[in-house]
Design a protein around this ligand. Structure first.
Ligand code: ADP
Ligand code: MG
Length: 698
């Protein structure tokens, strides 16, 4: 059997393959494009295409596809085979530079939010040489950007790449000011920790809600949930272990550094974390990881649920976006460092992040907004919808000392003059372990914890990169003009701390008292739902910032806002319709059958002996009769508001109607159905219960 070392990355056209298969000058030129974002030199594409084809065919591939990330949230691909007829009646395998660089899929069925009228079906995909091609099944997949005929981005990759460029530009300016003349590029890196649930496929198949919406829309709480905390880091069950093992192998072959796996807090919940890599590649790899998680699950008779809240009453699933920025030479700019200038530079980058998160709280909230994630952020579950930053006691004390010009009581008692004094050596382990913060500094990176488990990490990182680029730009503009660099730097850092310390919060983020303090005293934003936050994408300050860094064009921004709202509306309308179907077609008949059986058993008893009290039966029949009436009424009411919402004008109005009316009607209906479940004999209940689902995989 091959060892991991031997098969790792075997399905990736990675640096090793490029080096061995490309002519030396082509390889050098391509590396320049990858490492320094230089334009692709002519002729390179043809040579790369030929090498890719030979390599892919040798690995059994027959097709190629431009693999892209439209705004649907999943990835898309259209396969073409390599074959081309040869004069002798046979075929040859062909793949040209032109085919590598550009594709023209029919774009008419992808969401464009008005960017492209459907009759103008043309869309383009363009090769992204900074993300390695790979083989999936029999297909060579080429990561690409996707745009409209008019050149507007219709995908998530394009703005992500633009945001990385913006960050690179501004961060390099800062580095130059600190005397770093050698760094060629600055890039953000991400390690996304991915949570998921596993349930048995046979049970899943019996529930319309899971199949149609990815989450349970009904279900009484099981007697046992996560109260005992016995699942977190618990022993991994054999079936899950077999799944994880195969998943790791598949990911490793694709060069994905799957590293950590463990059980999560809720029963049936697990986590997978890869080793971090450049944001662009991390984004592609996370999309691929989610896809493979689902595929491998199917081979094990399981279903991998990536929904943010598959079950009420137990934790939902998120994705932690561990984010840092580093130079091409590998210097992590969020690492405190040990010499004075590195410290000052670190503090400036730290301040840039604080300022960015405070100034663009709304964009960060928007970047993770979906109907599914609202169940986590808006509810009493970690993290809250209010964005704040956790720094830890030590860093907090340092910032305090700078702000107030007071001695820092850390390792040495000294005045914190930047660039002059050495920061006390910073102990990584004293930070973090605050699991409730939406945005926590963890020693040399920030962990953004608001992402939903099914979110593409592109959106969060687009906003994060852009907002930090904006802070850095403001700093660089000032410092480049400064007469006295050190004084200006010191003043700027102090000012940032003063202006933005309201965003720093080191306490318990789940606490109701915090939400009150955050919103009432600190003036932080609290957008509970997607319908609340999404329209603010178009606020002048947000549009100005994103446009000025070239991350979005104005029409792109508008289209995104519309698509996200449309997505929110459609998701909930489908959930509502599914509830109506299940309540009418399954729950009501089941409860009726059970009620009638209980009633007829009471009648049988009464015919035997009219004096028997039959209190048990009478009680159940009374309660269930009341509940069936409530369920029937609740179903009608839900159907009414669904119809009303569907007829509401644009997506702005529709999303508000859904938030205000549909969600409430869904909750009401669910409450009576869940209560009926607890009174109905298990054998009558028409689909698997929470207890069945959550403890189904051994
Ligand atoms: P946790 O204690 O938060 O569960 P883990 O070690 O499981 O932490 O995961 C942390 C994630 O952060 C991993 O994906 C890891 O590769 C990533 N990570 C570590 N260092 C950095 C860094 N400098 N930049 C970005 N991500 C990082
Ligand atoms: Mg973590």
């Amino acid at each position: 059997m091959e060892t991991v070392k031997e098969y790792f990355g075997s399905l990736v056209f990675d640096d090793r393959v490029m080096k061995s298969m490309l002519p030396a000058d082509v390889y050098r030129s391509l590396r320049k494009t990858i490492d320094e974002e230089k334009k692709l030199a002519p002729g390179v594409a043809d040579a790369v295409a030929a090498a890719m084809r030979d390599w892919a065919v040798a690995h059994g591939a027959t097709h190629f596809t431009h693999w892209f990330q439209p705004l649907t949230g999943v990835t898309a691909e259209k396969h073409d085979s390599f074959i081309s007829p040869s004069p002798d009646g046979g075929v040859i395998m062909e793949f040209s530079g032109k085919e590598l660089i550009k594709g023209e899929p029919d774009a008419s069925s992808f969401p464009s939010g008005g960017l492209r009228a459907t009759f103008e079906a043309r869309g383009y995909t363009a090769w992204d040489p900074t993300s390695y091609a790979f083989i999936k099944g029999k297909t060579l997949c080429i990561p690409t950007a996707f745009c409209s005929y008019g050149g507007h981005a219709l995908d998530k990759k394009t703005p992500l790449l633009r945001s990385m460029e913006a960050l690179n530009r501004q961060a390099l300016r800062i580095l130059r000011l600190f005397g770093n003349d050698t760094a060629k590029a600055v890039r953000s890196s991400v390690g996304p920790e991915q949570e998921y649930f596993l349930v048995d496929k046979a049970l899943y198949d019996q529930r319309y809600d899971l199949r149609f919406t990815g989450r349970t829309l009904f279900g009484a709480k099981p007697p046992k949930g996560q109260q005992m905390d016995d699942h977190y880091f618990g022993v991994i069950k054999p079936r899950v272990e077999a799944y994880m093992q195969e998943l790791n192998e598949e990911l490793w072959k694709l060069g994905i550094l799957a590293k950590t796996e463990h059980n999560e807090v809720a029963p049936a919940q697990h986590e997978l974390a890869p080793i971090y890599t450049t944001t662009n590649a991390a984004t592609d790899q996370n999309q691929l990881t989610m896809e493979i998680m689902q595929k491998v699950a199917a081979r094990h008779g399981l279903v991998c649920l990536l929904h943010e809240k598959p079950f009420a009453g137990v934790n939902g699933s998120g994705k932690h976006n561990n984010w840092s920025i580093a130079t091409d030479a590998g210097q992590n700019l969020l690492s405190p460092g040990e010499t004075p200038y590195e410290n000052a530079q670190f503090l400036l980058f730290l301040c840039a992040v604080l300022k960015a998160v405070d100034d663009y709280q709304d964009l960060l909230r928007i970047s993770v907004a979906t109907a599914g994630n609202d169940h986590r952020l808006g509810a009493n579950e970690a993290p809250p919808a209010v964005v704040s930053v956790f720094l830890g006691d030590e860093l907090n004390a340092i910032l305090d000392a700078i702000e107030n010009d007071t001695p820092y009581e850390g390792v040495e008692k000294q005045q914190m003059k930047l660039g002059v004094h050495v920061l006390p050596r910073f102990n990584r382990d004293t930070t973090d372990r605050n699991r409730t913060s939406p945005f926590a500094f963890t020693g040399n990176k920030f962990e953004f914890r608001m992402l939903g488990s099914s979110n593409s990490i592109a959106c969060a990182n687009i906003m994060l990169n852009s907002a930090v680029a904006e802070s850095l730009k403001i700093y660089a503009d000032r410092l480049e003009q400064a007469e006295d660099f050190e004084t200006t730097l010191h003043e700027m850092i102090r000012k940032t701390i003063r202006d933005h310390k309201r965003i720093i919060f080191n306490g318990n983020g789940y606490d109701d008292a915090w939400i009150k303090e955050a919103t009432e005293q600190r003036g932080l934003l609290n957008y509970r739902t997607t319908a609340d936050c999404m329209p603010h994408l178009l606020d002048q300050k947000n549009a100005d910032m994103l446009l000025s860094h070239g991350v979005f064009t104005e029409p792109e921004l508008r289209s995104r806002c519309e698509i996200m709202l449309e997505n929110y509306c459609k998701t909930i309308l489908i959930e509502g319709a599914t509830m109506v179907t299940m309540a009418r077609g399954q729950i009501l008949p089941a409860v009726e059958r059970y009620t009638a059986d209980v009633a007829s058993r009471a009648m049988v008893k009464k015919t035997l002996d009219a004096s028997l009290p039959c209190a048990y039966e009478t009680g159940i029949v009374a309660k269930l009769s009341a509940l069936t009436d409530a369920i029937a009424a609740g179903t009608d009411a839900l159907e009414d508001v669904l119809r009303g919402a569907e007829e509401t004008g644009d997506y702005f109005a529709q999303s508000a109607a859904i938030r205000d009316e549909v969600l409430t009607a869904m909750e009401t209906l669910r409450a009576s159905c869940d209560e009926a479940e607890t009174l109905t004999a298990k054998e009558y209940w028409p689909f698997p219960t929470y207890a069945d689902l959550l403890f189904s995989v051994q």
